[in-house]
Design a protein around this ligand. Structure first.
Ligand SMILES: *Cc1c(COP(=O)(O)O)cnc(C)c1O
Length: 222
């Protein structure tokens, strides 16, 4: 199936209250334009340089999401335009995003990445670390970031019960956290869970944002 057919099929599955991020990492600009033609405006990338290059040449009404692991020294390159940063997993990174956002007089929405998978290789914060950040006095001083929610990746497994359990655990934590925060720069609205292989499970578990790559653009060869 073509990119347009793929995306139209997925859009039928995704209800209005769930935001679809088309993950275009490693894919050429023509592929992105093909998805763009269906009305898709949110694209996710995991490398800052690649995202900057695509941002420079593609239509300006595209919203670019950074979904990859962040290197702090690269934040400055995307601070003028990035619309959501999914993978924030340290206070130091939040501080750097704040500093760079300030230079552009912007407030950059961020998601804290929670560790829910069993593998050690997945980045992310433990739930107590997330609570600590959300409650910290220091967070109040970061006027140029906003914590808009949480992001997670389930274990790389075919076991759908396990994936469901991991997403559900995160959803419960997300709901609990929502009742607790009272800082101006924390508005927990987004729960970014679900990729090509598990976005339907994620939506059943309360996802508000899915990040779908290969099911739209085909397999990546990297
Ligand atoms: C690559 C990537 C995706 C999309 O993965 P697919 O399995 O191709 O849908 C989603 N989220 C993150 C963080 C990724 O790095």
């Amino acid at each position: 199936m073509s990119i347009q057919e793929n995306i139209n099929v997925i859009k039928k599955d995704v209800p209005k209250n769930v935001i679809l991020v088309a993950v275009s990492k490693t894919k050429p600009e023509l592929d992105i334009l093909e998805a763009y033609q269906t009305g898709q405006r949110i694209f996710g990338e995991n490398k800052v340089q690649e995202m900057c290059a695509k941002h420079a040449s593609l239509p300006k009404d595209i919203h670019w999401h950074m979904i990859g692991h962040l290197q702090r020294n690269k934040i400055k390159y995307m601070a003028s335009f990035v619309s959501l940063i999914h993978g924030v997993d340290s206070f130091k990174t939040l501080k750097e995003i704040d500093k760079q956002a300030k230079k552009h007089d912007r407030i950059i929405p961020c998601l804290l990445q929670a560790k829910i998978a069993v593998e050690d290789t997945k980045f992310g914060l433990h739930f107590d670390e997330i609570e600590y950040i959300i409650k910290s006095e220091e967070l109040k001083n970061l006027k140029n970031i906003k914590i808009s929610g949480l992001m997670g990746m389930a274990s790389f497994t075919q076991n759908t019960d396990q994936i469901k359990a991991e997403f559900t655990t995160l959803k419960h934590f997300f709901d609990k956290l929502k009742t607790k925060n009272n800082l101006d720069n924390v508005t927990l609205k987004i729960l970014s869970i679900g990729m090509s292989g598990d976005y339907k499970i994620a939506m059943d578990c309360g996802s508000t944002m899915v990040r779908v790559g290969s099911a739209i653009f085909g397999n990546r060869n990297y």
